[in-house]
Design a protein around this ligand. Structure first.
Ligand code: HEM
Length: 479
């Protein structure tokens, strides 16, 4: 346990490492420091980390802690520069729901509630199912190729879902995905996040202008938000619509991608639980909930700031200090989850994770994330029950994120193991399996393409993607 006298600016405090060799061990170590411990972030920035369950719930609901970065003493007195890479996850505009407090925050939650309602989310189910199937069909065509499961599937499905949800043109999905990936990438050049943020702002400004210029009924989130600019006594402004679009995608995309990847990794690393799932002894809901606890997609959320001195958990957090909610460490809390929090046990009944947050900022997208993960994972695993299992997850590479637990790549052999039961939509060059299809070679000659079968599909890996800055290769814990 941490010494009660420990202060934020003591010489030796734990480092909040964005590249831990073993993230589970790192979380455990932080938990053991708890319930509130001073930490150092990259760049020498200091903050308090909340690492136990009960105290985190209390502080997430405590009005003495606010999101407004203007309250941050170390920033105001120049100890933290504007170029600090994590600045990309702070909110400076004063109209962003994620960064608002009190009444202005309640107003924004109220005005944006409709698109997150249970009925509205449920209406997305068939669209998510279709998008997932289309992406699985595309993988089926490349069944013999080694591929990066994250890049080709678990990143693409959520960006397509959210892109469709927003009414963004298909050609723009990649650009958007790339911008967000770079916004949250802690290794992005100093100051680069500000330029990316401006680019995203310009993108959504144009999207809103486009929607307004196209009269007619659109069934999308952007249109829903625009309707809120015309209703009630204190409607949303157009600037608020733009920021909400920017922020919701930031909050909802990367986290969902990470959840999907983390479930895949957890099942690969725990074949006994995978077997129970296949036998029907576990449900997908149980597997997803336990992954949210065992491997929180949002490892740590930055920041809240103390508006007065607060004594809590044996320490005094001074006015102006920054507070990190470390969800990764919180999930190791014995008082909440029992004596075995390090065990991946989807049948666990003790405790409730708070990975979707708690208090006024609790995630409004949780039902969408849960539904999407369920659809995507159940369809992926039923199309390919052993998919990717041949490639050890220690070859998965970490993409060092600012606050989440993203893998940079998940090299896998992931073609479906058997023909899908649902026929793929016909393509002009489709011939019934197993007749060979033909492709043109470099000289323009037609060559038969042999559809792979399980027997002759070797377990190959993608070459590690070029990342000179981080060429250390696989990590011991597979991240
Ligand atoms: C596994 C997936 C997800 C996780 C783990 C997650 C987690 C969280 C957490 C912990 C917060 C609270 C942040 C804080 O207290 O500062 C939050 C807020 C938020 N999330 Fe999610 N989220 C996920 C998916 C989504 C999705 C799919 C959407 C929407 C499409 C979404 C939209 C939001 C929004 C708009 C907020 C801000 C709420 C506010 O400030 O009042 N999230 N999320």
């Amino acid at each position: 346990m941490s010494c009660p006298m420990r202060g934020l600016h003591d010489a030796e405090v734990p480092f909040l490492d964005p590249y831990p060799d073993d993230i589970q061990a790192h979380r455990e170590e932080l938990y053991r420091q708890g319930p509130i411990t001073p930490v150092e972030l990259p760049g020498g920035v200091r903050a308090w980390a909340c690492t136990h369950h009960a105290v985190s719930k209390a502080l997430l609901n405590d009005q003495r802690f606010v999101k407004d970065p203007e309250q941050w003493a170390d920033y105001k007195n120049g100890e933290v520069s504007k170029d600090w890479p994590y600045m990309g996850v702070l909110t400076w505009d004063g109209i962003n729901m994620l960064g608002l407090d009190g009444a202005p925050h309640r107003r924004m939650r109220g005005l944006t509630a409709h698109p997150f309602s249970a009925r509205r989310i449920e209406r997305l189910r068939p669209r998510i199912e279709r998008i997932t199937d289309e992406h699985l069909d595309a993988l089926e065509d490349r069944a013999s190729e080694p591929l990066d499961l994250k890049r080709e599937f678990s990143f693409r499905v959520p960006i397509t879902v959210i892109g469709e949800l927003y009414g963004v043109a298909k050609e723009e999905y990649d650009e958007l995905g790339d911008l967000y990936a770079r916004l949250f990438f802690v290794d992005t050049e100093p100051g680069e996040h500000l330029r990316i943020y401006a680019e995203l702002h310009a993108f959504f400004t144009e999207l809103v202008a486009r929607k307004k210029a196209e009269p007619g009924e659109h069934d999308d989130f952007t249109t829903d938000l625009l309707k809120s600019t015309e209703e009630g006594e204190d409607p949303l402004t157009e600037a608020e619509v733009i920021i909400t679009l920017l922020m919701v995608m930031a909050a909802g995309h990367e986290t969902t991608v990470n959840l999907i990847n983390n479930v895949i990794r957890a099942l690969l690393n725990h074949p006994e639980q995978h077997a129970r799932l296949k036998k029907g002894e576990l449900s997908w809901e149980q597997v997803i909930e336990e992954t949210l606890r065992y491997d929180a997609p949002n490892n740590a959320i930055l920041f809240r700031f103390a508006t007065e001195d607060v004594s809590v958990g044996g320490v005094t957090i001074n006015k102006g200090d920054a507070l990190v909610t470390h969800y990764g460490a919180i999930t190791k809390d014995r008082a909440e989850h029992g004596d075995d929090p390090h065990v991946f046990d989807p049948a666990r009944t003790k405790g409730r994770h708070i990975t979707f947050g708690y208090g006024p900022h609790v995630c409004p997208g949780a039902p969408l994330a849960r539904m999407e993960a369920n659809i995507v994972l159940s369809r992926l695993f039923s199309a390919s029950p052993t998919c990717a299992w041949r490639c050890p997850t220690r070859h998965w590479r970490t993409r060092p994120p600012s606050s989440s637990t993203a893998s940079r790549s998940s090299p896998s052999c992931c073609g479906p193991d058997r023909p899908r039961t649902r026929p793929s939509p016909p393509r002009p060059d489709d011939r019934p399996f197993p007749h060979p299809r033909h492709r043109k070679d470099r000289d323009g000659r037609s060559r038969p393409v042999v559809r792979p079968t399980l027997q002759h599909r070797p377990p190959r890996l993608l070459p590690m993607d070029a990342d000179p800055a981080r060429s250390g290769g696989a990590r011991a814990d597979g991240r």
